[in-house]
Design a protein around this ligand. Structure first.
Ligand SMILES: [Zn+2]
Length: 328
C-alpha cells in the first residue's frame, strides 16, 4: 500500500498564512481595514488591546451562528412570530423574517440565537432607536408589539432608524419564566456603576424574590452581553423596552412633556440596580422608554401599536434634543 506524502510544514504554514490574510481582506471592507489599522496603532501604545482582539475575532466570525444557516434562523423567527399571541398574516411574518439579521455572539445561555430586524431611515436628523421585547419571558403580549413594529417598518419609510430585538430572552420565553435559563432577571443584570455594591443587596432587602435575582455579577448572562453588544454596535439615541402588565409608560430620560396615550399614563417608576433604565440612562445618557402594556386586550388593536411606535419616535427626537442641549 502506498502512503500519501505528508506536506512539509515549510509549505503548509506560509500557505495557511496567505489564505488567512486573503480571507481577512475579503471579509473586511476598506473602511473596516482602516479602523482596524488605527486600532492596532493605538494598541501599540497599550491602550485598547482588548478591543482589537474582539474586533479581529468579530470580523472573522460568520454572519450566522455556528452550525446554523440563514434559513434556520429565518425558520426560528417564523416559528417565534407565529407563537406570539394575536392574529397575524403568515405572509407578513415570512416577509419580515426573511430580513432578520444576527449579531455575532448573540446567543442565549442555552445557545438559541438572538436575532434582530433593522430598518434604517433615509431622512435627515433621523434618530437611532433600539427596541426590544420579551426580556422577561413570561410577558407574551410584549412580543406582539415588536412583531407589529417590524411588520410596519417593512411597509413604510420610517422617520427614524430602528433596530428591533423581538425575543431578547428566548430561553425564558420557551419556559414561560421572567428569568433566563439560569434563573437570572436580565433586567437586573446590566453592569450599572453601582451593581457590585447594590444589586444583590437591594434584591435581598426586597425579600430575595427568585423572579428578580440579578445574577452572580453584572453582565454575567449571555443575553445581557448580547444587548450590550447591540448598544456598542448600533449606538442608539433612544431605547424602547416593551413589557407587561402594569399599563403605564415609564420614562427614564430628561424632564419633558409627553403626548397623551389612551389608557397608558406616563410615570417614572425609578430604576433599579442592574436595570436597563439605570444602565443606559443614568450611566450612559441614552433615554429609555419602558412600555408596560396591560396585557391581552391590547392585542386587538394594531392601530394602538402604530400609535405607540409613532409616540416612541417623537419622544426619541424630543428627548435627544434636550440631552444634546444639556451637553452643549
Ligand atoms: Zn417585564
Amino acid at each position: 500500500m502506498q502512503h500519501k506524502p505528508t506536506p512539509s510544514p515549510l509549505v503548509v504554514l506560509p500557505l495557511a498564512y496567505l489564505v488567512s490574510v486573503m480571507l481577512l481582506i475579503w471579509t473586511l471592507g476598506p473602511k473596516e481595514l482602516k479602523e482596524l489599522k488605527e486600532l492596532k496603532e493605538l494598541s501599540e501604545q497599550g491602550e485598547v488591546l482588548e478591543d482589537v482582539v474582539s474586533y479581529e475575532e468579530e470580523a472573522l466570525v460568520p454572519l450566522w451562528p455556528e452550525g446554523m444557516t440563514q434559513e434556520q434562523v429565518i425558520e426560528l423567527c417564523i416559528e417565534n412570530m407565529r407563537r406570539i399571541p394575536g392574529r397575524f398574516p403568515r405572509q407578513e411574518i415570512e416577509e419580515l423574517c426573511s430580513k432578520v439579521q444576527w449579531l455575532s455572539g448573540c446567543m442565549s445561555e442555552e445557545s438559541v440565537p438572538i436575532y434582530h430586524y433593522e430598518k434604517l431611515s433615509e431622512q435627515e436628523g433621523a434618530k437611532r432607536i433600539f427596541a426590544l421585547a420579551l426580556i422577561h419571558g413570561d410577558e407574551h403580549p410584549a412580543g406582539a408589539v415588536a412583531r407589529a413594529w417590524m411588520s410596519r417598518l417593512e411597509r413604510i419609510q420610517p422617520r427614524n432608524s430602528w433596530r428591533v430585538v423581538p425575543v431578547a430572552n428566548p430561553d425564558g420565553w420557551a419556559r414561560g419564566t421572567r428569568t433566563n435559563a439560569r434563573g437570572v432577571d436580565i433586567n437586573r443584570n446590566f453592569p450599572t456603576d453601582d451593581w457590585e455594591q447594590t444589586a444583590l443587596k437591594a434584591w435581598q432587602e426586597r425579600g430575595s424574590q427568585p423572579r428578580r435575582y440579578p445574577g452572580p455579577s453584572g453582565a454575567s448572562e449571555s443575553e445581557t452581553r448580547c444587548l450590550m453588544h447591540h448598544f456598542r454596535e448600533f449606538q442608539p439615541d433612544f431605547i424602547v423596552s416593551v413589557h407587561t402588565p402594569l399599563g403605564v409608560l415609564d420614562f427614564d430620560g430628561p424632564p419633558m412633556s409627553f403626548p397623551h396615550v389612551d389608557r397608558l399614563p406616563w410615570i417614572s417608576l425609578g430604576h433599579f440596580p442592574g436595570s436597563l433604565g439605570r444602565f443606559m440612562w443614568r450611566d450612559h445618557d441614552v433615554p429609555v422608554l419602558t412600555i408596560e402594556l396591560k396585557g391581552q386586550p391590547e392585542l386587538d388593536s394594531l392601530a394602538k401599536f402604530d400609535q405607540l411606535q409613532d409616540i416612541s419616535g417623537a419622544v426619541a427626537i424630543q428627548a435627544n434634543e434636550i440631552v444634546r442641549r444639556a451637553e452643549d
